[in-house]
Design a protein around this ligand. Structure first.
Ligand code: CMP
Length: 176
């Protein structure tokens, strides 16, 4: 089971070395801090104060160290991740990998279709993440105007990129 899943469901509190810590997820002033951070992310720019408060309530914020495996290809996945700070490396295969940066997200595929993780995702630097559990994901879609379209556009782009990669690979193999 993914480390963050175990932290989210409370079956472990922290990484044994203390590298993975929930931050800014408390009530009161800290909730306001979280709302301020949410406002900085383009994905939430269409949200009013009520919607931001609702997102802040369902989201947890985690800090992870460089090298932390956030999703493992082939394993079940129960969280959606939005990068607040830092970058992550997505490894689709040994040939295909890329970096995702602040404001970008990952983990949507398993949440949407219930299938296993399609790629391995590893923190490329210290990363601050907003994490939404499967249970809360439909609330997120309701709260954030335009999120459904953003997800669809991102999925379309990823399909195009995968097709282009497959074509390049096919060309390279037939050229051997
Ligand atoms: P999911 O399959 O839940 O877990 C792995 C995640 O990696 C996946 O969701 C996407 O968010 C992300 N991912 C998969 N393929 C690509 C790709 N080609 N480009 C960028 N991100 C990807």
């Amino acid at each position: 089971m993914e480390l963050i899943t175990r932290m989210m469901d409370g079956s472990i509190s922290y990484d044994p070395e203390g590298r993975l810590k929930p931050v800014l997820s408390g009530p009161g002033a800290r909730q306001e801090d979280k709302i301020e951070r949410l406002k900085e992310l383009p994905i939430f720019e269409g949200c009013n104060q009520r919607q931001l408060r609702s997102v802040a309530k369902i989201a947890r914020v985690f800090d992870v160290a460089a090298g932390t495996v956030l999703a493992r290809a082939g394993e079940p996945g129960n969280e959606f991740f939005l990068i607040i700070d830092g970058s992550v490396r997505v490894e689709v295969s040994s040939e295909a990998h890329g970096l995702l940066h602040p404001g970008e997200f990952f983990g949507e595929m398993s949440i949407l279709d219930g299938g296993p993780r399609s790629a391995t995702v590893i923190a490329d630097s210290p990363v601050r993440l907003l994490v939404i559990s499967r249970r809360q994901f439909s609330m997120l879609l309701e709260d954030v105007p335009g999120l459904t379209q953003t997800l669809l556009a991102t999925l379309s782009r990823r399909v195009r990129e995968a097709e282009a990669r497959a074509e390049r690979l096919g060309t390279a193999l037939t050229g051997l």
